[in-house]
Design a protein around this ligand. Structure first.
Ligand SMILES: Cc1cc2nc3c(=O)[nH]c(=O)nc-3n(C[C@H](O)[C@H](O)[C@H](O)COP(=O)(O)OP(=O)(O)OC[C@H]3O[C@@H](n4cnc5c(N)ncnc54)[C@H](O)[C@@H]3O)c2cc1C
Length: 570
C-alpha cells in the first residue's frame, strides 16, 4: 500500500478531507493536477451560510434552525426521493444531507472555523432574498457571512495544517498528478492511476498543459474524490441543461477556471458510481465579461443590491419577483425564454456606487488583503477600484448623461436595434413616478424600502431610493444620482448542484443504491453531499460550507471504516 487513503483534488473539500484523515493518524496521499492547491475556493468570495450567529444577533437578526430549514426546503423543492416502490431516488440522500448540513451550520461550523483562526466580517449579507411566500425560495434573513480574507482566508488554516502534516510525514502532496481511473479488485476500490503532467508554471487560474510525461499507479484502502463540478466544461453544461431553464444560451461565460471540467466524475462513473441531479446547476444571470480574463471566457458575477431596473434585451422590465439578487434561477429561466442571450441593468452612478459588488477574491483586494481602511473607504464611498475598473474598461458597461444617449449606445454595443427605446423610457419614467410617495404599487421599490430596514443593507448595500432621471417631466437627463448606467448581463456558469450519489457517510453509491467499498466523494463532486443537498436552488454561501461539511463527513467515516477494517483484519 502506498497510503491508507488517497484524496483526489486539492480544492477546499480535498484539503479538508486529507487533513482530517491525516490528523486522525492515517497516512494520506493528496493528488492534484494543477501546479498549486486551493481549487475554486482560492477565487471565491468566501461567503458562508451560518445560522443564528453572533454576527447576526449583533445586527438584530433573529435566525433559527427552524427558519433556516423552512427556507432551505422551500428553495430545494426535493421531488426525486423515490424511484419505484421503496427504491430510494436521487434526492433520498440529498435531503438527509441537507438536514445534517443545516444542523452543522447552526452549531459546530462557526466554532470549529474560529478555533482554526477563521474570522468574519461583522456585517452579514442578504443573498438570494426570494420574495413571495414564507414557504418559498429565498433567505428570510441575512445569512451570508463573509470570511475576513475571502476565499484565501478560508483556505489558509487548511493549507497551514497540510504543511504541518506533510512535515510530520502523515500527508504527501503530489501536484501535476491527473487521475484517469480507479483501481478495483473484487468490486472494491483499491487505488488510482493516471498521468504525471508536464511542468507548466502558469499563473494560478490560467489553463495549464494536459500533456502527460509519465504514468502513475498508487494503491490505498480508501479513495476520496474531491474533483469539483462541471461549470468549466461548457459542452457538458449544455448537454445537461434542463428544459425548465429554457434553451441553453449560445454565449455562456465561465465563472470557474477551466480545471472545473468534471473529469473526476467520469472517473467515478466508469467505476460504477452513479451521477445524479446533474441537470441542477447554479448559473447566474448577472455575468459580465472580465476586462482582464484569467481563464477562458472568464466572466465575473455582479453581486447587485436590489435597486437596478432589470430589463430584457428589448427594454421590457422583468416581472416581480425577478429583481436583482432575489431569485437567480427563476430570473435565468425567464430570460432564457426572451429569445436573447443578454439582459440589462439600468441604474445611475449613485446607486451603482453603493450597490455594486463583484464576486471573487481578486475583485475584492480590500477584503482579501484584510485592510479595514480600504474596506471602509470602498464600502462607504464606493465604487470600489474594481468596480471602477469595469466602468472604465468593461465591455458591458455604458455611462451616459441622458437616457437617449444611453439607449443609443446600448444599441450600438449590441450591433442591432433590438432595444425598444419607447418601452425602456416608459419603464424608467414609471419607476421614477412611483417615488413621489413612500408607498406605492411597485413591488421592487417596496422590497427596496423593506431591505433598508435591515441595518447592514441601509449602511453598506442599498441606496436611498431616488429618481434616476431629472425631476423635470419632459427631460430625459440623468437626475441627482449622476450619470445613467447600463450594464449588459450574460449567463455565467458556476456551481454544479448535482454530482456523485453519496450516502450520509460520504460513500459513493452505485445505481442499485449499494456503496462501492473504498470509494468516497466530497465537495462539489458529490453535489456538496448526497448527490445534491441543495435540490433545485441554493441559499448562497452554502457551497464552501458544503465542501467543509462533506469533506469532514467523508474523512471521518473513511477513517472509522479503515480502523474497523484493520481491527477485523480486513
Ligand atoms: C469566483 C467564485 C466565487 C465563489 N464564491 C463563493 C462564495 O462566496 N460562497 C460559496 O459558498 N461558494 C463560492 N464559490 C463556490 C466554491 O468556491 C466552490 O463550490 C468550491 O470551492 C468547490 O470546491 P471543491 O473542493 O469541491 O472543488 P474544486 O475547488 O473545483 O477543486 C477540485 C480540485 O480537483 C482537481 N482535479 C479535478 N480533476 C482532477 C483529476 N482528474 N485528477 C487530479 N486532480 C483533479 C482540480 O484541479 C481542483 O484543484 C465560488 C466559486 C468561484 C469560482
Amino acid at each position: 500500500m502506498d497510503a491508507d487513503a488517497i484524496v483526489v483534488g486539492g480544492g477546499l473539500a480535498g484539503l479538508v478531507a486529507a487533513t482530517e484523515m491525516a490528523s486522525r493518524g492515517l497516512r494520506v496521499l493528496l493528488l492534484e493536477q494543477e501546479p498549486y492547491l486551493g481549487g475554486q475556493a482560492f477565487w471565491s468570495f468566501g461567503g458562508l451560510f451560518l445560522v443564528d450567529s453572533p454576527e447576526q444577533r449583533r445586527l438584530g437578526i433573529r435566525d433559527s434552525l427552524e427558519l433556516a430549514r423552512t427556507d432551505w426546503f422551500g428553495a430545494a423543492a426535493f421531488d426525486r426521493e423515490e424511484e419505484g416502490p421503496k427504491a430510494p431516488g436521487p434526492d433520498h440522500w440529498a435531503r438527509r444531507f441537507a438536514e445534517s448540513y443545516l444542523e452543522f451550520a447552526a452549531s459546530e461550523k462557526r466554532a470549529w472555523l474560529t478555533s482554526l483562526g477563521v474570522r468574519f466580517f461583522p456585517v452579514v449579507g442578504w443573498a438570494e432574498r426570494g420574495f413571495g411566500l414564507a414557504t418559498g425560495h429565498g433567505n428570510s434573513v441575512p445569512r451570508f457571512h463573509l470570511v475576513w480574507g475571502t476565499g484565501p482566508g478560508l483556505l489558509e488554516p487548511f493549507l497551514r495544517r497540510a504543511r504541518v502534516l506533510e512535515e510530520a510525514g502523515r500527508l504527501r502532496v503530489l501536484l501535476r498528478h491527473r487521475v484517469l481511473s480507479l483501481l478495483q479488485e473484487g468490486g472494491r476500490v483499491t487505488g488510482v492511476e493516471g498521468e504525471v503532467l508536464e511542468p507548466d508554471p502558469v499563473p494560478r487560474g490560467v489553463p495549464s498543459s494536459r500533456r502527460g510525461v509519465a504514468g502513475f499507479r498508487y494503491q490505498a484502502q480508501a479513495v476520496v474524490l474531491a474533483t469539483g463540478g462541471i461549470g468549466g466544461n461548457l459542452d457538458w453544461v449544455r448537454e445537461v441543461w434542463p428544459e425548465r431553464l429554457g434553451t441553453p444560451p449560445k454565449r455562456l461565460l465561465k465563472g470557474v477556471p477551466d480545471h472545473v471540467d468534471g473529469s473526476g466524475l467520469r472517473v467515478a462513473e466508469a467505476a460504477g458510481g452513479r451521477l445524479v441531479n446533474l441537470d441542477r446547476m447554479w448559473h447566474y444571470p448577472e455575468g459580465v465579461n472580465n476586462h482582464t480574463p484569467i481563464w477562458t471566457q472568464h466572466g465575473i458575477r455582479i453581486l447587485p443590491g436590489p435597486s437596478p431596473l432589470w430589463v430584457d434585451a428589448t427594454g421590457r422590465r422583468l416581472p416581480p419577483p425577478l429583481f436583482p439578487g432575489f431569485d437567480a434561477l427563476s430570473t435565468l429561466s425567464y430570460l432564457r425564454r426572451t429569445g436573447f442571450d443578454w439582459s440589462w441593468f439600468i441604474l445611475d452612478l449613485k446607486t451603482l456606487s453603493k450597490e455594486f459588488a463583484l464576486s471573487g477574491s481578486e475583485q475584492n483586494p480590500d477584503l482579501t488583503g484584510k485592510s479595514w481602511i480600504k474596506v471602509l473607504r470602498n464600502r462607504l464611498f464606493g465604487p470600489s477600484p474594481s468596480v471602477q475598473a469595469f466602468l472604465r474598461a468593461g465591455q458591458d458597461f455604458i455611462l451616459a448623461e441622458n437616457l437617449s444617449e444611453l439607449m443609443r449606445r446600448m444599441n450600438a454595443l449590441v450591433g442591432e436595434e433590438v432595444l425598444d427605446p419607447v418601452r425602456l423610457e416608459q419603464e424608467v419614467r414609471a419607476r421614477d413616478l412611483e417615488l413621489q410617495n413612500p408607498f406605492g404599487k411597485d413591488a421592487q421599490l417596496a422590497a427596496v424600502f423593506m431591505a433598508r430596514r435591515y441595518l447592514g443593507d441601509r449602511f453598506l448595500r442599498v441606496a436611498k431610493p431616488h429618481t434616476f432621471l431629472s425631476v423635470f417631466p419632459s427631460g430625459s437627463n440623468s437626475g441627482r444620482g449622476g450619470p445613467l448606467v447600463a450594464v449588459r448581463l450574460w449567463t455565467l456558469t458556476r456551481k454544479t448542484l448535482g454530482g456523485l450519489w453519496t450516502d450520509l457517510k460520504g460513500r459513493v453509491l452505485k445505481a442499485s443504491g449499494e456503496p462501492i467499498p473504498g470509494l468516497y466523494a466530497a465537495g462539489e463532486a458529490a453535489g456538496f453531499g448526497g448527490g445534491g443537498m441543495h435540490g433545485y436552488k441554493a441559499l448562497e454561501g452554502t457551497f464552501l460550507g458544503g465542501c467543509l461539511f462533506s469533506g469532514l463527513v467523508a474523512a471521518r467515516s473513511a477513517a472509522l471504516w479503515l480502523r474497523s477494517g484493520v481491527m477485523d483484519g480486513g
